[in-house]
Design a protein around this ligand. Structure first.
Ligand code: ZN
Length: 339
């Protein structure tokens, strides 16, 4: 992953490269995003830049051994920690750690780099539970960062959502963040900086990301077409178009069906926030502005539940045709009832 491969945040990428060139990057960086802004790929690109020996034009070369291994997420000195919870996979272990789920994490970052927290939990299979970064994880972080690097170069620890750390976890990490071993870097990625324990936050160089247009995310263009088709048809009482769109959705495979439901929920949240005047200029602005005005307010919550129930049915292996036909019917009936 090079800076160039990342959509948006042009000024920020330039600033990061200049900081590294001037050796002013610091050893604890906190990237601040709302879900789906792509802070994880940005962290990967930053690490690649820090490690590349053939940097050029403000970017890593993408070709050297180090670049290729970081890009493939198989570099032994680049570590990732993220919130997890018990699943069948963690074998009922009380305090599972990120390394148990590394393959799922890698696949998510590769397939859908602009993922949200909900999409992470979905990918890990922890379902409706919220993940945490446990004290067990803190022990692993200390062990990892106290070792010498495998390759003799820098060591990196990316911690996704430090706000999900328990207080005990955070306290265990304070010292190593304050006095890191030479050549070690901590990159935190937060969606709620105010919830990160102050003693960690104050030790970091804080950098805020700008939103990435929703349509540049994987699948988003197609998902947006499904979403607007459903919403427009619901507003026009056009059951036939709704069912036709639902039939298409029923044919795209379970994983993508789940992602579509999450996408639709995110659209509804943004539209609702636009309506309340909370979001300004955040994607997907054009549709938000349009639907925020026309939908009756109770429809948002109802529609949110309709998409959420469809997602749960897909997870529960209910037939997709039945699931999405049912979803379409519910959207139709509810908008009729409310308009
Ligand atoms: Zn390189």
């Amino acid at each position: 992953m090079r800076f160039n491969d990342i959509k948006g945040n042009r000024e920020l990428k330039k600033r990061l490269a200049e900081m590294v060139d001037a050796e002013r990057a610091g050893h604890a960086i906190m990237l601040e995003e709302k879900g789906g802004y792509g802070a994880v790929p940005l962290a990967v690109a930053l690490i690649q830049y820090l490690s590349c020996r053939n940097r050029r034009d403000g970017d890593s070369c993408g070709e050297c051994e180090s670049c290729r291994r970081i890009d493939r997420m198989v570099h032994p000195d680049v570590h990732y920690v993220f919130p997890v919870n018990t699943t069948q996979k963690s074998g009922g272990e009380k305090k599972p750690v990120s390394s148990t789920f590394y393959q799922e994490w890698k696949k998510l970052v590769k397939d859908n780099p602009y993922f949200t927290e909900a999409e992470l939990y979905d990918a890990l299979g922890i379902e409706d539970k919220v993940g945490t970064i446990s004290v067990q994880e803190a022990k692993e972080i200390l062990n990892t960062m106290n070792l010498h690097s495998f390759e003799g170069g820098n060591r990196y620890m990316v911690i996704y959502l430090p706000e999900r750390m328990t207080a005990e976890t955070a306290n265990k990490l304070l010292k190593i963040i304050e006095e890191p071993f030479p050549g070690s870097y901590f990159i935190f990625i937060t969606q709620s900086p105010e919830k990160v324990i102050d003693t960690i936050r104050s030790r970091c160089l804080r950098i805020a990301l700008q939103p990435v247009p929703m349509d540049s995310r994987k699948d988003s263009q197609e998902f947006m077409e499904f979403f607007t088709s459903l919403m427009d048809a619901a507003l026009q009482n056009d059951l036939q178009t709704i069912l036709k769109t639902c039939e298409t959705i029923a044919s795209i495979g379970r994983e993508r069906q789940k992602r579509f439901c999450l996408f639709a929920e995110e659209c509804l949240r943004t539209i609702m926030m636009t309506r309340l005047g909370i979001v300004n200029g955040e994607s997907p602005a054009p549709i938000s502005a349009k639907y925020a005005k026309i939908f009756p307010e109770p429809f948002f919550e109802t529609a949110y539940h309709v998409f959420d129930n469809a997602k749960q049915s897909i997870e529960g292996n209910v037939n997709p045709k039945i699931t999405f036909c049912n979803m379409g019917n519910l959207l139709f009936v509810n908008i009729r009832k409310l308009s």
